[in-house]
Design a protein around this ligand. Sequence first.
Ligand SMILES: Cc1cc2nc3c(=O)[nH]c(=O)nc-3n(C[C@H](O)[C@H](O)[C@H](O)COP(=O)(O)OP(=O)(O)OC[C@H]3O[C@@H](n4cnc5c(N)ncnc54)[C@H](O)[C@@H]3O)c2cc1C
Length: 461
Amino acid sequence: MTEVALDQLHARAHACAWDRVRRNTAGTVVGLVILGNAAFITWLWVHGGNVTKVHTTGEILTSIARLTGLWSAYLALIQVVLLARLPALERAVGFDRLSRWHRWNGHVCIDLVIAHVVFSVWGYALMDKLPIAKEISTMIWGGVYPGMITATVGTAFLLGVVATSLVIVRRRLSYEWWYVVHLLAYAGIALAWFHQIPTGNELVLDHTAANYWRGLYVATIVVLVLFRVLAPLVSAMRYRLRVAEVTAEAPGVVSLRITGRNLDRLRAHAGQFFVWRFLDGKRWRSAHPFSLSAAPDGRSLRITVKALGDHTARLGELRPGTRVLAEGPFGVFTDRARRREKAVLIAGGIGITPVRALLETMRGDIVVLYRAISEADVIFREELDRIAAARRATVHYVLGDHRGDGADLLSAAHLKELVPDIEDRDVFLCGPPAMTEVLEQNVRGARVPRRHIHTERFALT
Ligand SMILES: Cc1cc2nc3c(=O)[nH]c(=O)nc-3n(C[C@H](O)[C@H](O)[C@H](O)COP(=O)(O)OP(=O)(O)OC[C@H]3O[C@@H](n4cnc5c(N)ncnc54)[C@H](O)[C@@H]3O)c2cc1C
């Protein structure tokens, strides 16, 4: 290895180490803020006499209802913040991990909402000595507890979101419809707000606690407006992105070259993705994530899209000059995640897009494994071979149908055969979700430790 190459590796290792420190620090700060607020909210509940002044079964149940109510409302706010596209959070955790957290946090939040409703009704029914049905109608319509009608509608919205998120239902709904229903969650959270301070035991009598609670909501709204609304608008004005060129790469696969102003200021890296919105009559309503399929050069960005559904099938119709909004760059599937000098980049199908960009920029000993069903599905062959020759990297095209002869392709044994020293490499893995899961297991089976595997799944939900 030449001295220049060694210097480059050291500089990269230094930058990566700093990057990790920054990410870990940001992650720790975010974690501490979240846990600190959770602890304070729990303290509010204890301070409200929910442990010491509880004697009867009804009181125990309503005390649990209060705690589950406070926690569920807090987790609902965290749910919003997790996908508010906060740059520091995104850099510290990664968009895909945030999406996973969002999903799990959502599950816990809904479980707590249900527990809150059940324990409230049950507890108050025992204390008021009323049958459950009568207690429910008294709570909602009786006028004793303010904000209960809106809270009930809000809960119904949240349950509607859960129903549409269940895998079986999701498969029958288009993503766009599922997304619209998902927006109801925001409405649900807003509606639930109206009963919290007027009926919350811990908040109604304590001004400081009530102000703190308001502060949590205001902070969440500010984060949401800043990063989901204003940041994309500012970026649209600053970069003025437009489609410059549409190129067919293969049947059903097109590349879009997008130009704009000051693109070097985007600070995008090979391996990252943006959420793209194309502003023509048919497409402006929906935004979709696509990775950069070439390393950004400060003058233009390229994405490459495979037709898999309504939106992607029609991107080839875009006209040059169409204005584009792009949120991002997002993702930690970049060279900065690498811990070792040697790496294997594994692409499944259209997962080649960020891998193609990474190959262009990664230094060191690189092997690419490109898994496709047949030669007709391979894209960028000429580009990959040219870049690999220039970088002295190796590209293996691994072709075959997994439902037939290709079942064992890229199994753990096959991976070891193709890359005998795979255990000593970092592995970057990208593709559609099902394929990525199988390949990840195989890579683990080839004895690559988890911390050396970097995955980009082409799914956010
Ligand atoms: C981080 C990331 C990077 C990606 N990079 C590429 C790429 O470089 N090239 C490429 O061809 N594909 C890429 N995808 C996949 C691409 O986003 C989906 O194939 C596309 O959004 C499907 O939209 P559709 O309406 O055509 O298909 P549909 O049939 O509506 O959806 C197919 C599946 O795609 C997902 N999906 C649909 N719409 C969206 C959306 N608005 N946001 C998020 N997910 C959605 C859902 O899981 C859905 O089940 C990437 C996905 C992610 C998450």
